[in-house]
Design a binder for this molecule. Structure first.
Ligand code: MSP
Length: 657
């Protein structure tokens, strides 16, 4: 097998100075999505993640905990491994830099470079930042503070071993220039290039005297020193290939890595230190180093001292692994910074997952259960509406998704998948299968519609599998098919009609239950988000006079008001209005435009697909110049508290009394 069919994907190895947070989960989930996608496309993927267990940060954390560094690492390592299992991360290997094999490979590399005279001993004086474990030059330091973490630096002079990094400067610039995909996104590539072109690249101190730091891999040629933690850590990408796979050695089949995923803060160490180390070792450079952005939390930097560190375990416990994975990759373009908030997450879950995909599955299965005795029907004659949905679905799988995922544009890939979800839901609204079910003469059309819905869902499960693997599996088993997602299902072009008529469906529990109460401004680190509506406070007896009773109306007067169910087809804000939303609703036989004052309470896209209740015979009126043909019913007084919705599958246009 050649490198053409293998794929090597890595995450950074995380410091074990604390428990995992959203930043760790972000990169690891992104790597898992790529891995699952390429496996579906038939590639043999090796996905590596692991832990960076040496260096000052870990030594300090262990000292603080009052235990030996190795015991400290052994205690924390399972927390990462458990989290990856919980998040459905399908890594092939988990490296720990305290593994004896890794240590010995680091020493072999050091010896190689030392023998080639690419490592030399020298004395060095500079400003040292203990927190960042690095020296700064005079011009970097301002007012005695580290330019990176703003902590005080101290002047230190010591003998160390240096790697002749500087001599690779021109070669590295050339490599970056001739390989546009080597550093991504492009803005980061330009930053690194700018830095390399505008200043002289120095040599890299790759040792630490044991007198200052003892927790590291001993230099093979000087027992008074340990290896600088970054030299040790970066080697993990090679050493893992040598000793972790069951079938060994596989290095020559997987190297160079296809993609090293890293956070923006550790791009230089990868793009410059690692690349020059590889050049010195005569090894090829990775194809791509992709630097993603950072998460802030409710608009603030995430930090322990602020107490706003997002715990991925809690997110999985409260929302489920798939919902959390979906949110991480849908919300923000990979490569840009993003903000995490519980409100944002709940909104996404409700609109895209519950109302979008979940609703499509549940209405499809309910209708098949009720009208086809639970069997996927054989489609009849197809028309333009079916053709349109079929084309959008097939092109999603064969063209759109491959294009976006090859570029690591996860958010656009998800947007494209959910565009098809929306098309499918609109198709259901337009074709109104519940109405077709009432007339025997529409039986064939009904079968065509239901087959189209089910087949779209089968294709959607393939498209969404890399991001929401559990749900994709559940869609398939509820449709009655066994999808082997570990086999290369996306290897060939996807053809429509994969679903066999006659297949017995197994309707299961709702894919993504709606989260009824929004957590509002509660901090994201609080332990629980209520998933049930909270009960109204008990009424209290007061001296306040009762409000005047509204005048009574007769039954005849009431029956003049025509209340009907309506399905929201689209919703958008009325420009320049905080409150007004323009809705297009279906009443079965007709469609209406209604302007409703619900914009402070709802985001337009959370309304699409909902069945609401309207006053259907209200005289049309204009609101901010836009005609409204009816009125939406909602609870509340001056402020809207909640819309009247219909829980069951009810045809749009049904009378409400
Ligand atoms: N041990 C080194 C990496 C060595 S790789 C050979 C390291 N570890 S780390 O645990 O401090 O950071 C790991 C990753 O978490 C980095 O990619 C970093 O960018 C990422 N993040 C830390 N905080 C983050 C956010 N708030 N948001 C997103 N990612 C963040 O560096």
């Amino acid at each position: 097998m050649t490198k053409d069919n293998t794929c090597y994907i890595t995450t950074p190895i995380y410091y074990v100075n604390d428990v995992p947070h959203i930043g760790h989960a972000y990169t690891t989930v992104a790597a898992d999505v790529l891995t699952r996608y390429w496996r579906l496309r038939g590639r043999e993927v090796f996905f590596l993640t692991g832990l960076d267990e040496h260096g000052q940060k870990v030594q300090q954390a262990a000292a603080k905990a009052g235990i030996d560094p190795q015991a400290h690492c052994d205690k924390l390592a399972p927390q990462f491994e458990t989290l990856w299992k919980k998040l459905n991360v399908s890594n092939n290997a988990f490296i720990r830099t305290t593994d004896p094999e890794h240590k010995s490979i680091v020493q072999q590399y050091l010896n190689k470079l030392y023998d080639k005279k690419l490592i030399y001993k020298d004395s060095y004086t500079g400003w040292y930042c203990t927190f960042d474990e690095r020296f700064w030059t005079e011009k970097d330091v301002e007012s005695g503070l580290c330019p990176d973490c703003k902590r005080p630096v101290e002047k230190l002079s010591e003998h160390n071993y240096f790697f002749k990094m500087g001599q690779y400067q021109d070669r590295l610039i050339e490599h970056i220039k001739t390989h546009p995909d080597f550093i991504r996104p492009e803005s980061r590539r330009n930053e690194v290039l700018g830095f390399l072109q505008n200043q002289k690249l120095g040599d890299l101190s790759i040792s630490r005297p044991k007198s200052r730091l003892s927790w590291g891999i001993e230099l093979p040629f000087d027992h008074d020193y340990v290896t600088y933690v970054w030299f040790d850590a970066l080697v993990n990408y090679m050493s893992a290939l040598e000793y972790l796979p069951r079938e060994k050695p596989i290095g020559n089949r997987f190297w160079p890595a296809n993609v090293h995923l890293v956070g923006k803060d550790i791009l230089t160490t990868h793009a410059v230190y690692w690349s020059t180390m590889l050049m010195a070792l005569n090894l090829s450079l990775p194809e791509t180093i992709f630097a993603h952005g950072w998460w802030t939390v409710d608009g603030e930097k995430m930090s322990k001292s602020r107490g706003n560190v997002v715990d991925p375990n809690k997110m999985v416990d409260e929302f489920g692994a798939d919902a959390f994975r979906y949110f991480l990759l849908r919300e923000v373009p990979f490569g840009q910074d993003g903000d995490f908030s519980l409100t944002g997450m709940v909104t996404r879950i409700n609109s895209d997952l519950a109302n979008g995909l979940g609703n499509l599955l549940s209405r499809t299965l309910t209708l098949i259960e009720r009208t086809q005795a639970g069997q996927i029907p054989a489609p009849g004659q197809i028309g333009p509406a079916e053709r349109e949905l079929e084309q959008a679905t097939v092109s999603l799988l064969n063209e759109v998704l491959p294009r976006y995922l090859a570029q690591l544009e996860f958010n656009r890939a998800l947007e494209a998948i959910w565009h098809v979800v929306q098309l499918a839901n609109q198709y259901v609204d337009k074709t109104a299968p519940w109405t077709l079910a009432k007339n025997a003469s529409d039986a064939e059309t009904l079968r065509t519609v239901l087959y189209t819905m089910a087949e779209t869902l089968r294709c959607l499960s393939l498209a969404a599998y890399p991001v929401i693997p559990n749900s994709a599996q559940s869609i398939c088993s509820q449709l009655g098919i066994s999808a082997e997602f570990t086999s290369p299902l996306l290897n060939d072009k996807i053809e429509w009609s994969g679903l066999k008529p006659g297949t017995l469906i197994h309707k299961g529990p709702s894919l993504f239950p709606r989260i009824e109460s929004k957590p509002g401004a509660r901090p994201v680190t609080e332990s629980s988000v209520p998933s049930q509506p909270t009960a109204a406070p008990a009424p209290t007896l007061t001296d306040t006079p009762a409000p005047p009773t509204p005048p009574q109306i007769t039954i005849d007067e009431f029956t003049k008001i025509q209340l009907k169910t309506a399905k929201v087809l689209s919703a958008e804000r009325v420009p320049k209005s905080e409150k007004l939303i323009k809705l297009h609703v279906s009443l079965g036989a007709e469609q209406r435009q209604i302007v409703a004052g619900i914009g402070k309470k709802y985001e337009p896209d959370t309304l699409v697909g909902k069945t609401i209740v309207i006053v259907a015979n209200l005289k049309p009126a204009k609101l901010m110049g836009i005609e409204s043909q009816g009125m939406v019913l909602a609870a509340g007084d001056a402020d809207v508290r909640g819309l009247l919705t219909i829980q069951e599958e009810v045809d749009p246009g049904t009378k409400v009394k």
